[in-house]
Design a protein around this ligand. Structure first.
Ligand code: WT7
Length: 656
């Protein structure tokens, strides 16, 4: 990546006035940055005291064998005890842990005392199935309370879980079961999505016919939808029979801080998925601290809602482990934002009085597309802090989110992190940092992140390069499951001694960090490096554009040519006016970013291909732009999107 061209593309002029911040009594103050900078390990040792340890750690970090870190290595704890039992012991057993909202409208409130009983029953059931400490358990579930209970039950008995996202195919599930050598699968008959039951158990049955899944001896099945499913006697067990029949008491055993907590496979655009390994004490310390600090959580009064699926790391760290370790009350919603109507999310915020909301830019842009009058129809005045995660948030979406959802009074925290980092790394702090829409801003206290050039030297303010993490952090991945060499090669080889995140980034004149997307997504146009994210952001700053995805397509003249797919605002369908609009958009990008960033082709489409974590699958769009056969579509939310895009192609306009 050439730093000069990235610097030229900086969009300093598109700043917005900072919001009024309202968190005078914020959990964390500016002093945290200073104390963490003065004594980073001391700072994390102090944060570890948020947890209840069976044996307090005396050692903070062992970095004698980099990049293999050990945090709090001589400490012992039980993660599930920390997330559940200790809150009951502290007298908060009656506090609601989970407000479950099913898509069909059924709901269930589960207190910490009830959660303790349910997790204990599930732990006893897993023990009855012969699950031993260290055995892997695969979890393939919808967004229902039993999913959270199953994860905590695994943690309680020291059996690392491997949650596989519920929309993955039998092949994807089988590959993950095989790689992690899972012995038990927890699933359900199905879940509700888009107004109808959607089956899960048949996919498990199919996955288990693959030779690699031969070691799975038991399948535990939750009944959610009541649909008909196949049954293998001796292997399959109903949750409502096996779990419900167990004792609600289970004494948690303490495990080493470095005991494996879970494996989670990254979607991985190329190659075999990587099983990211997270362990116990360091992971829970940072998940709990960041949730407390970044959301300014006040347990007992706040109602928190993270809209992610538990199949992603956001669900692991910010639905299950972080919030529950902090004793939070949270919403768990099963379905889609537009079932049965486009205001369903805002109805849920109003119903439960949600104060802290954590969602993704793609969801925010979708809500923008549905129109301002939808959120305006609900009372959202309970909201206090708004979070964003998953990709760089374009300033327009940031401003819309704060104005139409946050009523112009709430801080927006744009949190950068990855499956690999385990918890948030770069983020504003409400009430501490001055907001800057579109920027993740500064490393959190105790985190060392910077932007470096091709040679690994930190860039000056006003320049671009690669985001790196320069010191180990408590919730860092410990390795790639079964492949230490790939762990070293992927993350620690590009810049010796530093963790390479794979993201392009720039530092503005104040030294604040702006993420530019995956380095793989940077385009090379006539010798200039151009970030797909910045062109997308320029496109959606045009009043008629709701969403944009940009790819570089091979081009004989310019190496790569910028090709943009855009969705029009207000649900407008691409039509005859396209030629004029396309010209207007090209001129708009040229004005915002410079003529070199002007897209060669702009194709108005009705949908974009996305994974369910909200990431645009640019690989598929590149296939379309280069007239190639489509690659693997199994991780797409909705594979018909690509048919739709291709069917719209004959009408697409090409330029120059
Ligand atoms: C990649 C990690 C973190 C949980 C969900 C995704 C991108 C994530 C931001 C942000 C800019 C972001 C990066 C990162 N990303 N958050 N706030 N600003 N980019 O986890 O699937 O492991 O993806 O998501 O490119 O590397 P993941």
């Amino acid at each position: 990546m050439s730093n000069e061209s990235l610097a030229n593309l900086m969009t300093e002029d598109r700043r917005f006035p900072p919001p009024a911040e309202v968190t005078a009594d914020a959990n964390v103050t500016a002093a945290a940055y200073e104390s963490a900078a003065a004594d980073r390990l001391g700072f994390w040792a102090e944060q570890a005291r948020r947890l209840s340890w069976a044996t307090e750690p005396t050692e903070t970090l062992d970095w004698s064998n980099p990049p293999f870190a050990k945090w709090f290595a001589d400490g012992r704890l039980n993660v599930a005890y920390n997330c559940v039992d200790r809150h009951v012991e502290a007298g908060n057993g009656d506090r609601v842990a989970l407000h479950f909202e099913g898509e069909p409208g059924d709901s269930r409130a589960i207190t910490y005392a009830e959660l303790q009983q349910e997790v204990s029953r599930a732990a006893n059931a897993l023990l009855e199935l012969g699950v031993a400490t260290g055995d892997r358990v695969a979890i393939y579930m919808p967004m229902i309370p039993e999913t959270v209970i199953a994860m905590l039950a695994c943690a309680r008995i020291g059996a690392p879980h491997s949650v596989v996202f519920g929309a993955f195919s039998a092949d994807a599930l089988a590959t993950r079961i095989e790689d992690g050598d899972a012995r038990v699968v927890i699933t359900s008959d199905g879940g509700y999505r888009r107004g109808a039951p959607s089956a899960l158990k048949p996919t498990v049955d199919e996955a288990l016919t693959r030779p690699g899944a031969a070691n799975v001896r038991s399948v535990l099945v939750v009944r959610r939808t009541g649909q008909d499913i196949g049954w293998t006697e001796g292997r399959d067990h109903w949750w409502h029979e096996l779990v419900a029949g167990q004792s609600p008491e289970h004494t948690p055993e303490a495990f080493d801080a470095e005991h494996p907590l879970f494996i989670l496979y990254t979607s991985g655009t190329t190659g075999k998925p990587k099983g990211i390994l997270h362990t116990s004490g360091g992971y829970l310390t940072q998940a709990a601290y960041t949730h407390h600090a970044v959301f300014d959580l006040k347990p007992g009064s706040d109602v928190y809602w993270c809209t992610a699926d538990v199949g992603w790391v956001t669900g692991h760290s910010y639905i299950v482990y972080g919030p529950l370790a902090n004793g939070a009350t949270e919403v768990l919603y099963e379905g889609t934002p537009n079932t049965p109507h486009n205001g369903r999310w805002w109805e849920i915020v109003e119903k439960y009085g949600v104060t802290l909301l954590y969602t993704a830019p793609t969801a925010i842009r979708t809500c923008m597309k549905w129109g301002d009058d939808i959120p305006a129809g609900f009372d959202l005045s309970s909201l206090r802090v708004l979070g964003s995660v998953g990709e760089p948030i374009n300033p327009e979406a940031w401003v819309w989110y704060r104005k139409h959802i946050g009523g112009d009074r709430t801080p927006v925290v744009d949190t950068w992190w990855q499956t690999e980092t385990g918890s948030m790394m770069v983020s504003p702090l409400p009430g501490v940092t001055v907001a800057k829409p579109g920027s993740a801003q500064v490393p959190l206290p105790g985190i060392s992140a910077t932007v470096v050039d091709d040679d690994g030297n930190p860039v000056a303010n006003g320049s671009g390069g690669y985001l790196v993490l320069t010191e180990p952090w408590p919730s860092m991945l410990r390795t790639i499951w079964g492949d230490d060499q790939r762990f070293i090669d992927t993350y620690w080889s590009r810049f010796p001694g530093k963790y390479f995140a794979g993201d392009g980034a720039k530092k503005d004149a104040d030294g604040d960090i702006w993420l530019l997307g995956r380095v793989d997504d940077v385009m090379l146009v006539s010798g200039h490096n151009i970030s797909t994210t910045e062109v997308e952001s320029a496109l959606v700053s045009h009043p008629r554009i709701a969403e944009a995805a940009v790819v570089g397509a091979t081009d004989p003249q310019t190496t790569q040519a910028i090709c943009a797919f855009v969705i029009l605002r207000g649900g407008a369908r691409p039509d005859e006016d396209d030629a004029a609009l396309v010209e207007e958009l090209r001129a708009h990008v040229a004005k915002e970013l410079g003529p070199i960033a002007k897209p060669k082709r702009i194709l108005p489409v009705e949908e974009l291909p996305k994974t369910r974590s909200g990431k645009i699958m640019r690989r598929l769009l590149r296939d379309v732009a280069e007239n190639r056969e489509l690659g693997d579509v199994t991780t797409l939310t909705d594979s018909s999107v690509m048919d739709l895009i291709q069917s719209q192609l004959p009408g697409a306009k090409s330029e120059d």
